[in-house]
Design a binder for this molecule. Structure first.
Ligand SMILES: [Zn+2]
Length: 274
């Protein structure tokens, strides 16, 4: 390795689907985006590599991280095979109380399950039918074994404790219980739970950071736009900025990565945007 990455963009996806909707990248665009990454010599990095990079270790110059929030069924049906075809890897943030039991669902053919759009999926989850839109443990196991996905915490319930609590003590207690339940479930089902946490709806405050760091988390994935550089660990952990991927072509992702792998250009670009 002659030169290390000067900035590492972390891309944020939710749905990869043939069903159009909010927070959805079409399968065609996603396949083109991943083909571009592979063709252009990008290395997709994992959580351990990102943590080491932020602590000062070098990474290949063209490094990028792919992340998927919430653990949707379409990640199994569409994202996993595309990643596997290109030898790319990603992180998926699971809401552990939503995940179902049962056999793997078909990824093609007549038994392919209907893929709900974001709004219909939200309704299914509210109605206690998360299985229609969320991954099962059997699918998670195959995605892990296939080497495409790592799985990390997005809390147990996805509840916004700042919105449902009447005071700060209740908020902190609710979040603490939520994080411990998520950690216990991941440990029981996957054999391990990492110190990487994705904030539900990107929300956090000082209490959230304190409670999460007491629960053993050190890497916090936000919805704040930007790239990532070594340093800036404030002792209670490190916030990770992300780039929300739009339903756009490979050319669009190429331009985003060009900007956000260059610290000065990335910072200037974000300043102008604000
Ligand atoms: Zn989420």
């Amino acid at each position: 390795m002659t030169r290390s990455a000067r900035a590492v963009p972390v891309l944020m996806y939710h749905h990869i689907s043939t069903t159009p909707g909010m927070f959805t990248v079409s399968l065609g665009h996603f396949a083109a985006q991943m083909a571009h990454l592979a063709r252009s010599g990008y290395t997709t990095i994992g959580s351990t590599q990102l943590a080491a990079y932020l602590a000062g270790e070098p990474l290949p110059k063209k490094s990028v991280m792919l992340t998927f929030d919430d653990g949707y069924l379409d990640n199994w049906v569409h994202a996993h095979p595309v990643l596997q075809a290109h030898g790319l890897t990603a992180l998926c943030f699971l809401v552990t109380s939503w995940i179902g039991e049962g056999p793997m669902r078909a990824r093609s053919g007549p038994k392919l399950p209907p893929l709900l759009n974001h709004r219909d999926g939200e309704v299914a989850i509210e109605n206690g039918d998360a299985d229609r839109t969320i991954l099962r443990w059997s699918e998670i196991d195959v995605m892990r074994d296939g080497g495409t996905f790592e799985f990390h915490s997005h809390t147990h319930s996805h509840v916004r404790w700042d919105q449902v609590s009447t005071n700060a003590d209740d908020k902190c207690a609710g979040l603490a219980r939520d994080l411990i339940a998520a950690r216990t479930t991941l440990k029981a089902r996957l054999g391990a739970a990492s110190d990487h946490l994705c904030w539900p709806q990107g929300y956090y405050d000082d209490d959230y950071r304190r409670v999460a760091s007491q629960a053993g988390f050190r890497h916090f994935y936000t919805c704040e736009t930007g790239s990532n550089y070594p340093g800036n660990d404030d002792g209670a952990g490190r916030s990770i900025s992300r780039l929300e991927v739009r339903d756009r072509s490979a050319l669009w992702i190429a331009s985003r990565l060009w900007v956000h792998t260059r610290p000065a250009i990335s910072r200037a670009y974000l300043k102008i945007k604000r």
